[in-house]
Design a protein around this ligand. Sequence first.
Ligand SMILES: Cc1ncc(COP(=O)(O)O)c(C=O)c1O
Length: 343
Amino acid sequence: MSAPISHRAAALSAHSYDDFPCEAGHLDMRGDNSPPLTAEFARPIALPTLAAAGYGDIRGELRLRTVLGELFGVCPDQVMVTGGGSEALWLAMACVSDYSGFIRVPRPGFPGFEQLARLLGLRVLPYGPGAVPGRGRIPVVVCTPHNPTGIVTAPDAAGAGAGWVIWDLSHMSTAGHDLAEFTAGFGSGDIAVFSLSKLLRLPGARVGCLVVRDPELLAALTRAKTHTSMSTSCLAQGLALRVLQDPGVRHELIMRAKVFADHRAQLLEAVAAASKLRAVAAVDGTHLYLETTDGGNGWERLAGCGVIGIPGTVFNGSAREVRLCIAQPQEVIDAAAARVAAL
Ligand SMILES: Cc1ncc(COP(=O)(O)O)c(C=O)c1O
């Protein structure tokens, strides 16, 4: 008999879209199905031999940190490139909390918040995503635009004073000045987490970042990354830089934001017409969060009419709830709106 794995590892749960299969004729609304943002993805990247022959800067390539710094309105030294938003979250949580301490996370919320917190041995205090707790002794994770509900939180929502707030901005667009405006009032207790996986459609590159004003925290994060992933892949950083610098990407992101707003409005209207469904009043992001009003299983209700989302339980919500991604072709939104309105 082998030795038991840790209780923390045994309690972990992880899902992939394949756990919720989408059959022929069904509408796949599990995740973003938009086409790539730019043809730049297809252009091969020359292996930067010199960079690949060393680990590279733990904090990330200076050119990429410079571009990210401009987006967040900070200097490159306040940016750390990470292996996706997930590593950024992991590092941030690990460096601001103590073992068996508490952390406040939104529920429903991106599953990684609770899973990573538990893996780190933290005790989770959930809050409703529209009711952000004030900053204080217990670190708070805030996600805006919020996955899965589309609720938006203002940067002053956690109040002033001492205490850590980890702001997950992974679903915010890089097209305008939103990121820099959001971080403009950041104090030393604020940490931004960002992922290039979402609107920038680079999930396979595994690039994200942390934006931190506190030099002591930045040094701790750098030490922690030295012992986890060391540096972030230089090929991935090259691709991220190319996509961020492509002028066509900015234009395409602006166009997509308009399309997503239309899709959101169309589907919210369809939910309002349905007799046994309601939706959180989403204002941004690429998701809608629905709930049955008669206590029935939300995912099964929608799957029953061929609309495939992700169950609310994946986000630590209830079985009545289901998340739909609105980043779909127009014909999928039209068909989904008709099916949802009839429920
Ligand atoms: C809110 C949020 N934060 C972080 C992540 C993780 O991003 P990544 O895929 O870059 O690890 C995701 C991914 O879906 C997310 O939705």
